[in-house]
Each structure stands twice: as C-alpha cells, then as structure tokens.
Write a protein that binds this ligand. Structure first.
Ligand code: NAP
Ligand code: GDD
Length: 325
C-alpha cells in the first residue's frame, strides 16, 4: 500500500518542495489548508504539483480539526511545517505566534498519541532557537538554546514537546533543526527574496532603491529543495532523533546583496541600498552557521546548491516573473 503523508504548511515555501519530493517517491500527499476566501496555490503551481495533492481543511489553532484529520487519515507520516514563520512579526504578534507554533504541534502530537500512534512525526524546528549560542562559531545538536524572538521561544516549546512525546510515549518523532533555506518561492518578506525581487525590479527600471535593515547579520543559507530530502530521511531511520541541517557556510546580508546585484551586472550596489530602521528587530540573532555532521553521517545527506547558485537561481526567477528574458 502507498505511504501517506500529511503535510501542514503546504502552501508555504517548504510544503510544495516536500510534496513534490514525496509524490516522486510514490506517496499519497494530503495538504492541510485553512479556509480562505481566496486560496493561493501559486507556490504549488511553481513546482507543478497542485493537482497531485489532496487537500484537507483545518487550522493549527483548531485542535478538533487536527484530531479529526489524523484520526481519519492515519497517515504514515506527518510533516508539521505550518507556522507563523516570520521572526519580525513575532515581536508584534507573540500570542498568535505561540498558538500556531507551540500549541499547533502539541495538538498534532496528541492526535498521534491517541488516534494513530504508528504515525511518524516531523517537527520543523529552527536554528533561531540557538539565538546567541554557538560552539566555536558553529551550532550543532548539542549547542544550548537562547532564542531571541517570540518566534524562537515558540519553536523551543515545540522542540521539547516533540522530544518529550518520543521519550514518554515511544512515538517516532524527529526535530529537523533547519538553518535558513531559500528558493524562488520564498516569502517576499524574508531578506533573500526581498533582495532578489528588489534587484530584479531595479535592473528592469521598475524600482529605484532597496530598503533593508541590519546588513551585518550572518546566516547559513541553503536551497529549500535540498532540505526537504533531509526531512524525509529523518523519518526513514530505524530510530527517531533530532538533526541540524545546514551548509556549514555563513554569509552576511551585505554579501547576499552584493552577490545579487553582481549577478545582474550591477557592481555599485551601494547606490541603490537604503538602510531603513523599520526593518531592524528589537533583538537580533547575529550569526548562524550549521555543523550538520550528524545528518551527513547518519542520513547520508548533504546540500547540493551553493550560495552563489542559490542567489543566481532566485534572481533569475524574479527577473522572469517581471517578464525579462
Ligand atoms: P512559510 O513559507 O511561512 O509557510 C508557512 C505555512 O504555514 C503557510 O503555508 C501558512 O499557511 C501555514 N500556516 C500558518 N498559520 C497556520 C495556521 N494557523 N493553520 C494552518 N496553517 C498555517 O514557511 P517555510 O519557509 O515554508 O517554513 C516551513 C516551516 O519550517 C515553518 O514551520 C518554519 O518556521 C520552519 N523553518 C523554516 C526555515 C526557513 O529558512 N525557511 C528554517 C527553519 C525552520 P497560509 O498559506 O494559509 O498562510
Ligand atoms: N526580513 C528582513 N527584511 N530581514 C532583514 C532585512 C529586511 O529588510 N534587513 C536585514 N535583515 C536581516 C534580519 O535582521 C536577519 O538578521 C536576517 O536578515 C534574515 O532575516 P529573514 O530573512 O527574515 O530570516 P530569519 O533569519 O529572521 O528567519 C528565517 O530563518 C529561520 C531559520 O534560522 C525564517 O525562515 C524563520 O522561519 C526560520 O526559522
């Protein structure tokens, strides 16, 4: 019988790449969607799987809807990707962020515990949980957490619940502690996509400047399409565990800006970039760099797309969106 997967966050960035990956593996994929006046399937369209996914209606804030879906589907695997995932907004919407990101996973874990205990559970954990902590400049599975935003705090709760339900009830649960990963379908507010979209518009004469916040923050940026494979691999292991996923290479926002402008032949990027305090955060995570040795050794996973290839892929896609050949 075909394996089945319930994917929450199916309309976001990672959901479509994961759905595409699982469908290729022969899975039947169910995507959780909220009720919308106008649902937006553009990211699923981009990867070409809109009509290959079955949709189930529910909301991470609505416990009964999640209990019912898990009870009815009894999926082989649940990938919990849904979140209020924008760190900046979490400072102004801390309660909503906590409800979706902390209680949502708890509802799913309870649904599995009571109605489908053989279901394997993947939790989308994040390098944001490390915040200020590092070991010799890197973060791995043994690095302590010091979250710097309500988003980071909400994800620490979900991380520990995922571990706790494994230890308490013997469920197969895995935390993927993923570092920043991007793609042409990255949300437009996140800095990489904001930059590539801005660069495309400047190149085509549709915008005059690009307004950004802290250019000195360092991130370990990889390609989302590579990272969904790691999610899958975590649930195929003989025993459940938690894994850091990243490239091991870190760049400043400034370097991303330079690379993006350079990819369209603009070298004097400073002419276009305006520092705007509204894009700075009450507390910042200064530097993230993954040590993904456990994943490389136990999962046989490694990233395939380099930083330069990622920047170029995203800029090209944005140029194409604006009609440039
Ligand atoms: P994303 O593009 O922001 O997608 C998040 C998805 O969650 C959206 O489809 C959204 O649905 C859904 N969602 C939000 N609130 C919901 C609710 N109340 N009920 C049901 N669905 C809801 O995020 P992403 O980049 O794909 O990331 C996927 C997951 O990985 C997130 O949990 C994120 O926190 C985590 N993560 C991401 C990264 C990264 O660099 N991308 C790194 C580490 C961890 P709507 O479309 O209805 O708004
Ligand atoms: N969004 C944004 N907009 N960020 C900016 C800007 C700007 O104009 N200017 C500078 N930055 C800096 C932010 O201050 C941050 O240090 C860095 O760019 C990256 O910001 P985001 O792209 O918004 O991502 P993030 O690192 O805060 O969070 C993302 O990665 C996490 C994993 O570490 C999100 O995808 C989270 O959901 C994810 O968990």
């Amino acid at each position: 019988m075909a394996k089945t997967a319930l994917v929450t966050g199916i309309l976001g960035q990672d959901g479509p790449y994961l759905a595409q990956f699982l469908i290729k593996k022969g899975y039947k994929v169910y995507g959780l969607i909220r009720r919308y006046s106008n649902p937006n399937f553009s990211n699923l369209d981009f990867v070409g799987v809109t009509n290959d996914v079955d949709y189930v209606e529910g909301d991470m804030n609505d416990e009964a809807s999640l209990l019912n879906i898990v009870r009815t589907l009894q999926p082989t695997e649940v990938y919990n990707l849904a979140a209020q995932s924008f760190v900046k907004s979490s400072f102004d919407q801390a309660k909503l962020t906590t409800e979706v990101n902390s209680l949502g996973p708890l509802y799913l874990l309870n649904a599995i515990k009571y109605f489908s205990p053989m279901t394997k559970f993947y939790q989308a954990s994040t390098s944001e949980m490390f915040g200020l902590q590092h070991t010799n400049g890197y973060q791995d599975e043994n690095t302590p957490f010091h979250p710097r935003s309500p988003y980071g705090v909400s994800k620490v709760y979900a991380y520990w619940m995922t571990v706790n339900y494994r230890e308490s009830y013997g469920l197969f649960t895995a935390n993927g502690i993923l570092f920043n990963h991007e793609s042409p379908i990255r949300g437009i507010q996140f800095v990489t996509r904001k930059i590539t979209d801005g660069v495309a518009r400047i190149k085509l004469g549709l915008a005059k400047d690009l307004r950004l916040g802290n250019l000195e923050a360092k991130r370990d940026w990889g390609f989302a399409g590579d990272y969904v494979e790691a999610m899958y691999l975590m649930l195929q292991q003989p025993a459940s565990n938690d894994y850091v996923i990243g490239t091991g290479e870190s760049h400043t926002v400034r370097e991303f800006v330079e690379a993006a402008f350079k990819s369209v032949g603009i070298n004097n990027w400073k002419k276009y970039v305006v520092i705007d305090p509204q894009y700075k955060r009450p507390a910042e995570v200064p530097a993230l760099k993954a040590k993904a040795d456990r994943a490389m050794k136990n999962l046989g996973w490694k990233p395939k797309v380099s930083f330069e290839e990622l920047v170029e892929m995203m800029v090209k896609a944005d140029l194409k969106r604006y009609g440039s050949k």
